[in-house]
Design a protein around this ligand. Structure first.
Ligand code: GLN
Ligand code: ZN
Length: 751
């Protein structure tokens, strides 16, 4: 086998699956029709791969919601609360919750932006085999693809490593699963398939060595079935585990050569003669054409190690959109160096042929020419690079330490109130932006309407007595897109959707050149807002690390350098906001945590430049300007030092769901500056009463000195309606005002 794949997009080129799912959930589409959509999309993906010439086409990865959940159901790992349900009803209850039944928890799949549902295993769960849907898919795939159909199975050790085991021992539940996996392999063997892929990305975690025994036992058992097994790893290298993994009893091992140090490992330790080496050389996580020179050189080095080589994408192609050729609005030189799933298939096949015949391929020549044309189209910007080279230590520092600058900043009463930035993005606001984008409105007419929303928003906040106001972010559809669209070096796709979770798809923008800010991006809206109120208005910006982590980055310069370029653009914006009179600037970094590398030994390197990028973006602020940042929905414990090093004057965090756990992590680490522990859960429709707010604020202030507590919601309000937003924030502000009065009364009483 010269070429293979590990999964393909299944959302539909026109997002058919999303549409079908949403109508099914509304009761407007039958189960049969929903499955028909899925099957059609599966067929399309198989045909695309067959037509491209892939020899081992991974099948069975298409999902109605989540691939991990699919295996949870197939192995009967059903928590008690779902057991009275069945079929798709149960499946979607596990995914999304149903009435009072809470869904499984959702979290990020390794370091990708795909989210899976976390399996829950408790002592009362007995694994059972329910493989009908999978066997049916493989049977259909076999009739479409013949010998080329290769089933994709989530490996048992990874499945359990990603599960929440509660009162259950890892090895105990593993030994219950193994006979079921053997049964599955036997059923696949009976269908006459050539080999089975077992995906075990858990092998790249730093702590994989702790699972060595489990892996060895499992694969000894699975090997006895007699089906050739393809052990698939991705997202990073095998590190210190390389040698024992290489010796597991499997027919082939796939390694990711686009990330980490696998090449070095293979060269140092060699690769077993009796196994096929899978070369993940086409980056499945990014959208760029291969660099022919680099990749052919890489293949040559691998051929020196083994004669049995198979070329494939570094992981499933679910992380890239379908087809770059559809993005006709992009300049041709750029489009020609973009590689989405269809282009990546071509690359895999060309490289496979090249590896087999050891000859150059005309397709690779063309890619080389496209890169040359792109470099002419998008030359480096020496002024940006020079600016980065000439950065000094001082550029990353505020001019005075927090203790000196805080007294110069706007003096606010105790329990100051604010919000995180966005206000309701109603249908009307979205329509307004869409009409402007389509050219149906002049810029003047559009801005007039936006200003109307800003005025309304300021009026609402001022009226209820909020202390630090925001303009509401009505001009922004997305916190990265809005800035990216105004920066040079950023491109946006029209149809580049990838699945984030379930029926939620995102279109990550693409950083393709040096980042430059041709003009101010937020000053006009800030000025409009500030002109309407005596209260301070906070300038709102997206941080450089979040911009980077929510985009497809370039691969010709480091992520660090791209973060610094973005930081310079934000820095100039901070300076412009200040010049326009802003006394508060908030730079959001909700994606800082998620950029952490998989291997802990690389965390420090990432955190060091990520924090530097943030500091560079706000270091320009005068001591009198109060810098805020915001983070939400992530584990802070791991990165407390980094959060502290950001040196923001105030941080607002999501805390209302975690019962103050996040706040405690901050206070346990002696966080020395101001904190706004979100007291309003913006993702719940409930409107908390004033008493409830008072209660939460009091709880938070037990952990923080009163003069360092902010009162705010836990994230932006854009997903809420106006009525609930006004009701909830009014209760929040009244609670703060009342506590303020009580505090004043008691301190007067003491005098
Ligand atoms: N300022 C942004 C907003 O209010 C922050 C969003 C986020 O944290 N994801 O919407
Ligand atoms: Zn947030």
């Amino acid at each position: 086998m010269l070429t293979t794949t590990f999964g393909y997009p299944c959302i539909g080129k026109k997002r058919e699956l999303k549409k079908s799912l949403e109508s099914f959930w509304k009761g407007k589409l039958s189960e049969i029709d929903l499955l028909a959509t899925l099957h059609t999309l599966q067929n399309e993906s198989w045909t695309a791969q067959l037509d491209a010439g892939i020899e081992g086409i991974g099948v069975g990865d298409a999902t109605l919601y989540d691939r991990v959940l699919d295996w949870v159901v197939r192995f009967g790992l059903i928590p008690q609360r779902f057991r009275s349900l069945s079929g798709l009803d149960r499946y979607f209850a596990m995914a999304r919750g149903k009435d009072a039944i809470a869904a499984l928890e959702m979290t990020k799949w390794f370091d990708t932006n795909y989210h899976y549902l976390v399996p829950e295993v408790t002592p009362d769960v007995t694994p059972t085999a329910n493989f009908d849907d999978f066997i049916d898919t493989v049977r259909r795939a076999k009739s479409a693809l013949g010998e080329r159909a290769i089933p994709i199975v989530l490996g048992p050790v990874t499945l359990l490593r990603l599960s929440r085991l509660d009162g259950v021992e890892f090895n105990a539940i593993l030994s219950q699963l193994i006979p079921l996996y053997r049964q599955l392999l036997s059923e696949l063997q009976e269908l006459g398939i050539a080999e089975v892929q077992l995906h075990e990305p858990a092998l790249v975690f730093s702590d994989a060595s702790e699972l060595q025994g489990a892996f060895e036992m499992t694969y000894r058992e699975l090997d006895r079935v007699g089906v050739p097994l393809h052990l698939v790893t991705y997202f990073d290298d095998l590190g210190q585990n390389y040698t024992w993994v290489a010796n597991l009893p499997v027919a082939a091992i796939a390694l990711d050569f686009t990330r980490g140090q696998n090449l070095e490992l293979v060269k140092i330790h060699g690769f077993p003669k009796n196994k096929r080496l899978g070369a993940g050389v086409v980056d499945a996580r990014n959208v760029w054409r291969v660099r022919p020179e680099t990749v052919t050189d890489l293949l040559r080095q691998l051929q020196a190690v083994t004669i049995d080589l198979c070329v494939h994408p570094s992981a499933s192609l679910q992380f890239v959109p379908y087809d770059a050729a559809r993005e006709t609005q992009l300049p041709e030189p750029l489009r020609n160096v973009l590689s989405f799933a269809e282009q990546k298939l071509e690359e895999v096949v060309s490289l496979g042929e090249m590896a087999a015949h050891r000859t150059a391929s005309s397709r690779l020549d063309r890619i080389e020419k496209n890169w040359a044309a792109f470099r002419l189209f998008c030359p480096a910007k020496p002024e940006v690079q020079q600016r980065i080279e000439s950065l000094k230590v001082d550029d990353f520092e505020r001019s005075q330490p927090y203790s000196d600058r805080v007294s110069q900043q706007v003096k606010l009463p105790p329990f100051p109130t604010t919000t995180i930035g966005s206000y309701p993005q109603t249908q009307a606001v979205r329509k307004l932006r869409a009409r402007y984008k389509r050219g149906e409105l002049t810029l003047e007419a559009y801005q007039q309407q936006i200003d109307f929303y800003i005025a309304y928003c300021i009026g609402v906040q001022d009226g209820m007595g909020m202390d630090v106001l925001v303009h509401g972010e009505f001009e922004r559809s997305d916190m990265v897109e809005y800035f990216g669209e105004q920066l040079e070096g950023y491109a946006f796709t029209r149809q580049g959707w990838v699945q984030s979770y379930g029926s939620r798809y995102v279109r990550p923008p693409i950083i393709f050149g040096d980042i430059d800010r041709p003009h101010a991006m937020t000053v006009r809206e800030f000025q409009v807002a500030q002109s309407l109120t005596e209260k301070p208005v906070k300038g709102m910006l997206t941080g450089p690390v979040t911009m980077l982590n929510w985009s497809y980055p370039r691969t010709d310069i480091s992520r660090k350098e791209q973060a610094l370029q973005l930081a310079l653009a934000i820095r100039d914006e901070v300076a412009d906001l200040e010049a326009a009179g802003a006394r508060f600037v908030q730079v959001d970094e909700p994606a800082l945590r998620e950029g952490l590398p998989l291997k802990q030994e690389r965390w420090n390197e990432y955190l060091s430049w990520a924090v530097d990028a943030f500091r560079l973006s706000v270091g320009v602020a005068r001591p009198q300007t109060q810098v805020h940042t915001h983070m939400c929905y992530s584990e802070f414990g791991d990165i407390m030092d980094a959060i502290n090093r950001l040196d923001a004057d105030a941080i607002s965090i999501e805390d209302s769901r975690s019962n103050n756990a996040t706040l405690l992590q901050l206070t346990d680490a002696d966080y020395p500056r101001q904190v706004g522990p979100g007291v309003y859960d913006v993702h719940a429709p409930a409107v908390p009463t004033k008493e409830m707010f008072k209660d939460s604020i009091c709880k938070c202030s037990q952990h923080l000195p009163i003069d360092r507590v902010w009162v705010n919601p836990d994230c932006g309000l854009k997903t809420r309606g106006w009525q609930e937003t006004v009701a909830a924030t009014r209760n929040m502000v009244s609670a703060a005002l009342e506590l303020r009065r009580e505090l004043n009364a008691s301190s007067n009483g003491q005098q």
